[in-house]
Ligand binder design. Structure first.
Ligand code: AMP
Length: 479
């Protein structure tokens, strides 16, 4: 190992202190494990604003440059198991829990832009240390500087030299989770559609040398003009989906947040959207098939209800079909955890699918999802647009909320399905839950043999999440 002296302008220890204390996130306190937040280093209301004044002072200090240290790996940061890519302060604090436990993450500070931060638990709280850079590109935390961040962290970890003046040391790292994918594992293919934040592609996910690649759908986040807030919203959806695992809900395989563009990798639904299927009027759809779709959606929604997830945007356009023509609830962009949510202002909302209590008071609950499910039943059985005769949304809002306008069942809708649909349009207090609703769908034995719409080119079953996770562990070990 060689140690040489490097002079540099280094921020004062007060500055470091302020950085540690003042990283209050401005991302709305998201509980996301995937959020890329802007962390605030100060503000007039911030209790550490005083120390921030000092943060502009710099001290001339002598750093020691470490070279040829036996533990130097020169590894690319992306390949380090302790590097978690974009992550908010709040999420890091959930992961570092014991003395000396740490992780490295990327974040955005309001005054400094993108930085790499070491989050470490020490003496009952998490500390967040920005990895500093000298003018000539060396990285340091306290007194030792290195040519790359990977070596800096490994050195402090292996030698137990403190990373901060109060003696904070690095004992063990929090390993990246299996769902945190590398961009190199993902190969993009043809475009499937446009999402709110970017394009959606068909793709292949590589999960191991001896295993076939898996066909997936990849949501990407478009280019460099994306704001940090948009990134947070984009990853919110994945964060929520991570907690879901159900046959009739689109499965999340992982996210790649190490580089731009950020990607969300999901189960591929090669059958397109249910809306697209309904609109293809040339394809026959029997009542039994329509009922099958509705029953599957109800089952997926019952799962969400049990998990206390309010979808808030249930509509035929947000239900996808897999290769076996099974429904998968998708698009969790507006979804929330909780039993009840009240929105002060309704902005960019799907009026035609909303319950009167949402239109009147901004209330969302699983019961308002039940209402939207009733509208989906209408879409499926009528193969028509809901309230097509009312063109102006403001007028529709008034009619549904105040004048008791309700969707009428199409003439050929079987009475048992009509009954179920009408139950969804009951007032909130008496409206059924998804759990009760699922029990209303009773299949006659002959319905089980209905030929359904099939996609003959895709026949192999998707791997289970556990299967993928195990394989990814293998990849991690090989790096
Ligand atoms: P979204 O951002 O969820 O609205 O997705 C935009 C479009 O991308 C959808 O309308 C679908 O056409 C396509 N898409 C989204 N997710 C998937 C998926 N898991 N499988 C296949 N296509 C998808």
């Amino acid at each position: 190992m060689a140690i040489s002296g490097v002079s540099c302008c280094r921020k004062s220890s007060e500055d470091e202190k302020s950085m540690r204390q003042a990283q209050t996130s401005s991302d709305g306190g998201g509980s996301s494990s995937l959020t890329k937040s802007i962390e605030d280093t100060g503000g007039s209301n911030n209790k550490s604003s005083q120390s921030l004044v000092r943060s502009h002072q710099v001290l001339k200090i002598k750093l020691k440059k470490i070279t040829n240290w036996s533990g130097c790996s020169g590894a690319h940061l992306d390949d380090e198991p302790f590097y978690h890519g974009y992550m908010s302060r709040e999420e890091a604090e959930k992961l570092v829990r014991t003395q000396g436990e740490f992780l490295l993450r990327k974040t955005e500070l309001t005054k400094r832009g993108e930085v790499v931060v070491l989050s470490v638990f020490w003496d009952d709280s998490a500390h967040h240390l920005v990895v500093e850079k000298t003018n000539n590109g060396l990285h340091y935390l306290k007194e030792f500087c290195f040519e790359n961040i990977s070596d800096l962290v490994r050195y402090h970890h292996q030698t137990r030299t403190s990373v901060y003046k109060s003696g904070i040391k690095l004992f063990c790292w929090v390993v990246r989770e299996e769902w945190q994918l590398y961009h190199e594992q993902i190969n993009l293919g043809k475009k499937l559609g446009n999402g709110e934040f970017g394009e959606v592609f068909q793709g292949m996910l590589s999960v191991g040398i001896f295993t076939n690649d898996v066909e997936v759908a990849v949501k990407t986040m478009k280019g460099s003009k994306v704001t940090a807030d948009e990134r947070i919203t984009f990853l919110r959806e994945a964060n929520l989906m991570l907690k879901l695992n159900h046959k009739y809900v689109v499965r999340l395989y992982g996210v790649a947040t190490q580089q731009e563009p950020i990607m969300i990798v999901m189960e591929l639904c090669s059958g397109g959207s249910l809306k697209g299927r309904i609109e293809k009027k040339e394809h026959e759809m029997s009542s039994s098939l329509k009922r099958k779709y509705c029953k599957q959606i109800a089952k997926g929604m019952r799962y969400l209800e049990k998990k206390q997830v309010i979808h808030r945007d249930l509509a035929a356009r947000n239900v996808l079909l897999d290769k076996s023509d099974n429904c998968k609830i998708s698009d969790f962009g507006l979804s929330l955890f909780g039993k009840l949510h009240k929105e002060q202002k309704l902005m960019k909302v799907p009026i035609r699918w909303l319950a009167p209590e949402t239109l009147l008071k901004g209330i969302y609950s699983s019961k308002t999802d039940v209402w939207s499910f009733g509208v989906v039943m209408f879409e499926v059985f009528s193969r028509d647009y809901p309230y097509a005769e009312v063109k102006v949304l403001k007028e529709l809002r008034r009619k549904v909320a105040h004048e008791h306008l309700r969707l009428q069942p199409p003439s050929d809708m079987p009475p048992e399905d009509t009954k179920i649909m009408e139950m969804c349009f009951e007032p909130a207090e008496t409206r059924v839950s998804f759990d009760q609703l699922c029990k209303k769908f009773v299949y006659s034995p002959h319905l089980l043999s209905i030929p359904s719409f099939r996609y003959k080119d895709l026949t192999s079953p998707l791997p289970t999440w556990n299967g993928i996770a195990n394989k990814l562990v293998g990849i991690g070990a090989a790096v």
